[in-house]
Design a protein around this ligand. Sequence first.
Ligand SMILES: Nc1ncnc2c1ncn2[C@@H]1O[C@H](COP(=O)(O)OP(=O)(O)OP(=O)(O)O)[C@@H](O)[C@H]1O
Ligand SMILES: [Mg+2]
Length: 59
Amino acid sequence: MNPFKFGTIVENEFFTDRKEECQMLKQKLDSENHIVLISPRRFGKSSLVQKVLSEQNRP
Ligand SMILES: Nc1ncnc2c1ncn2[C@@H]1O[C@H](COP(=O)(O)OP(=O)(O)OP(=O)(O)O)[C@@H](O)[C@H]1O
Ligand SMILES: [Mg+2]
């Protein structure tokens, strides 16, 4: 079985690393700041946001 998943948002065991980015994003949300994520396509922005929001219990 292919251990990688490509083309959609990745969650759970398919989501790797991004520990510093998760921490940074949580801090920004906690401080009620606005944040804009900028990167080339398919760098993992949506997956990162989804992971942090799912752990924060907020919409
Ligand atoms: N944390 C991660 N761990 C493993 N693979 C990842 C991770 N983040 C992204 N990927 C890989 O990159 C692909 C694109 O991720 P994602 O859709 O989150 O990126 P994106 O920056 O939002 O893309 P787009 O610019 O098209 O909106 C995923 O399908 C997956 O293969
Ligand atoms: Mg995206």
